[in-house]
Design a protein around this ligand. Structure first.
Ligand SMILES: O=C(CO)COP(=O)(O)O
Length: 256
């Protein structure tokens, strides 16, 4: 694998202070896999506490507003994420795109706001089942990459610094137990890489492309060994150390 594997847990709208014990256990074990970059994205309410509870792993947000501050009730900005201890943020998750009507232009603005605040980013893309069945998966995902990735000098610098990742998450594989076929994942990651090279030139090779969608202990090794897969964005199986650590172990060479 040309990149340092990146295994990220997305807790979505799950978690309470009681779950900090899981984060601590994940963090302790993550320290045994220095070859793997491990991170968790808890809900906003837990970012600060989780940051203080862990030391080896990254801590991120699941979304940010396009503006740095202002009259946007209920929203959280990228500088606020930094202030509470986050080092990255996920933008453009399909649940945000669907639940909050976020299109590519908004996702791109969020990505640029996050970079301006100094955060790393994971930009999510992925097709629906209808789009895949219609043979449009690569076209849809390529269009999302073109429309959602940040542009400009700050983006080029962040890409070169390895602070930018893309997560390919087929919508039909999220939370369904249905994983994409490995050849389809390889093909899609290659299509995404081609767009990244077109957008950023040679530096586009530095963007890590993660797979997400029903990743678990049983399928992680095969997915992570696939050419072009630089890591995983994990939902349900990131909620406990017991479920998440085998995925970290599958990515790393440390002791189990
Ligand atoms: O959406 C996901 C991660 O962002 C994937 O969720 P699951 O791993 O629960 O399918």
């Amino acid at each position: 694998m040309p990149h340092r594997p990146y295994i990220v847990g997305n807790w979505k709208m799950n978690g309470s202070r009681a779950m900090l014990a899981e984060a601590r256990a994940i963090d302790r074990a993550a320290g045994r896999y220095p070859d793997v970059q491990v991170a968790l994205a808890p809900p906003f309410t837990l970012i600060g506490a989780l940051r203080e509870a862990v030391s080896a792993m990254g801590v991120g947000g699941q979304d940010c507003h396009v503006a740095a501050k202002g009259a946007h009730t209920g929203d959280v900005s990228a500088p606020m994420l930094v202030d509470t201890g986050a080092d990255f943020v996920i933008v453009g998750h399909s649940e945000r795109r669907k639940d909050h009507g976020e299109g590519d232009a908004v996702v791109k603005a969020k990505a640029e706001a996050a970079l301006a605040a100094g955060l790393g980013i994971i930009v999510c893309v992925g097709e629906t089942l209808d789009e895949r069945d219609a043979g449009k998966a690569e076209a849809v995902v390529s269009g999302q990459v073109d429309g959602s990735m940040p542009e400009g000098e700050a983006a080029n610098e962040a890409v070169a610094a390895g602070k930018v990742a893309v997560a390919y998450e087929p919508v039909w594989a999220i939370g369904t137990g249905r994983v994409a076929e490995v050849p389809d994942v390889i093909a899609m990651h290659a299509a995404i890489r081609a767009r990244l090279l077109a957008l950023y030139g040679d530096a586009g090779a530095k963007v890590r492309i993660l797979y997400g969608g029903s990743v678990n202990a049983g399928n992680a090794a095969e997915l992570l060994a696939a050419p072009g897969v630089s890591g995983a964005l994990v939902g349900g199986a990131s909620l406990t150390a017991e479920a998440f650590l085998p995925i970290v172990a599958a990515a790393g060479s440390g002791e189990a």
